[in-house]
Design a protein around this ligand. Structure first.
Ligand SMILES: Cc1cc2nc3c(=O)[nH]c(=O)nc-3n(C[C@H](O)[C@H](O)[C@H](O)COP(=O)(O)OP(=O)(O)OC[C@H]3O[C@@H](n4cnc5c(N)ncnc54)[C@H](O)[C@@H]3O)c2cc1C
Length: 413
């Protein structure tokens, strides 16, 4: 008899879990209040970078902690009323800003990232959406030598994890991207990185593969959850649903659902924004760039140049604060010939993050037939497919491809 599973949340993580479970022979239902990939998974920078392995808790943050707290830097802003409730999270984060933990967590992130990009390449080919894939690589750019030196530990991690990268002088940067303006002193090319020209289309293409193979997508808002014997019952705005096995992948919204079962909220919500600019008529950017000193990423996409911001730490549902976008636009104009801002109201997304930056992937610590996959922070688009694979391995008791203890949800729940 075919076994069944329900996946809640159709972002890149939920879609990936649904696909992998389906491929193991489960009849899978994927439920979301929106269409597939229309929330956080739609508006990100689209980068699947082999260098996306650096934990946020980096010792090099400590000397500029006061600048971050005073909202002086472009890559970070904090909403002060949120500070008190976030204090325990911040304390755990700061205590993790050590070389040893940075390298330990970075190793775990590398295992997830490197395998996941390989899976993405396979799935993109199977879904027939190779046109969404930009294989030119990615550039991390520095306006000041001092900032370049500050990131030394990060480069040590890249070496340690055998991530192919090239250190660049200013001249070499301009050879790769001739239309950049001469504001950069150094660069690091992440040679084999790829990026996605439209992340929402990618999610929808994967969801379409799932449906074409017999998977069901349901549009419903999940309101509550309760265990009935070994199975699960969900109240939704469309009525009651039941499931023999349940995987919760609701990104930043996961804690309020599993909080009903007694689990505490381990997340800080790093809100981030994007806007879209038109390139100037004769200018071309061939790969995503991260302007480190200015705190933005600019990625060439189908709809124009998508400029994404750093972190805005605030309550999840607080009103958007697009000042971060306004702050980086002049810096973008200094770096590259751009035309008009095409998107008037910036998009806002919510990155759910725990202090060690690693996602929570695995069985719920105190409940049978319940698995969790959330907290993917800045790397969820990259790590979707490997998350699906690990969850499917947990559910059908297959061997994991590498040690997964570092992602155990029990470390924070
Ligand atoms: C500005 C920015 C730039 C980024 N850049 C990158 C990048 O370049 N590369 C990268 O790898 N990652 C990037 N990320 C991170 C990445 O976008 C996220 O980690 C990823 O999208 C998380 O996917 P998810 O499936 O966990 O969450 P989501 O995409 O948020 O999916 C959660 C789903 O749950 C659904 N849901 C929530 N509550 C309910 C409910 N009650 N009932 C029904 N459904 C519900 C939502 O509708 C949503 O579809 C970026 C993020 C931001 C904000």
């Amino acid at each position: 008899m075919t076994q069944s599973a329900a996946v809640l949340g159709a972002g890149i993580v939920g879609i990936s879990c649904a696909l992998e479970l389906q491929r193991r022979g489960y009849q899978v239902t994927l439920t979301d209040r929106r269409g597939p990939g229309e929330e956080t998974s739609s508006g990100n920078a689209g980068i699947l970078s082999y260098s996306n392995i650096t934990p946020l808790a980096d010792p090099s943050l400590l000397p500029r902690l006061h600048r971050l707290i005073l909202n002086l830097d472009a890559d970070f802003s904090m909403h002060y009323p949120h500070l008190i409730s976030l204090f325990p999270w911040l304390l755990r984060f700061v205590l993790r800003c050590r070389r040893k933990t940075f390298l330990h967590d970075g190793d775990a992130m590398a295992a997830l990232t490197l395998t996941s990009i390989d899976l993405h390449r396979q799935w993109i080919a199977e879904a027939g959406v190779e046109d969404l894939l930009n294989q030119v690589g990615g550039l991390k750019l520095y306006r000041h030598q001092a900032t370049f030196l500050r990131d030394e530990l990060e480069r040590e991690l890249l070496e340690r994890c055998a991530v192919k990268h090239t250190l660049l002088s200013a001249d070499q940067v301009y050879q790769l991207e001739p239309d950049l303006k001469p504001v950069f002193a150094r660069g690091v090319s992440i040679d084999e990185s790829v990026s996605i020209r439209n992340p929402e289309k990618l999610c929808k293409a994967y969801a379409q593969m799932f449906v074409a193979a017999g998977g069901q997508i349901r549009r419903a808002g999940i309101q509550s959850l309760r265990q009935v014997g070994a199975a699960w019952e969900m109240t939704t705005d469309q009525g009651l649903e039941t499931a023999a096995r349940l995987v919760v992948c609701m990104g930043a919204w996961t804690p309020e659902l599993i909080g009903q079962l007694g689990y505490s909220n381990p997340l800080a919500i790093e809100r981030g924004y994007h806007t879209i600019l038109a390139p100037a008529a004769d200018a071309r950017l061939s790969r995503p760039i991260f302007d480190v000193d200015s705190g933005y990423v600019m990625a060439p996409m189908e709809m124009g140049l998508r400029v994404t911001t750093g972190t805005n730490l605030a309550r999840r549902e607080a009103a958007p604060d697009p000042r971060q976008v306004a702050r980086v636009i002049p810096r973008v104009r200094e770096a590259f010939p751009v035309g008009d801002v095409i998107m008037q109201d910036p998009w806002m997304g919510r990155r759910p993050t725990v202090p060690d930056t690693l996602p929570l992937i695995g069985p719920a610590p105190h409940h049978e037939n319940l698995w969790l996959a959330f907290g993917h922070s800045h790397m969820g688009l990259t790590m979707g497919p490997i998350t699906g694979r690990l969850i499917a391995n947990f559910i059908d008791s297959s061997e994991q491809p590498f040690p997964v203890k570092a992602c155990d949800p029990a470390r924070y729940l």
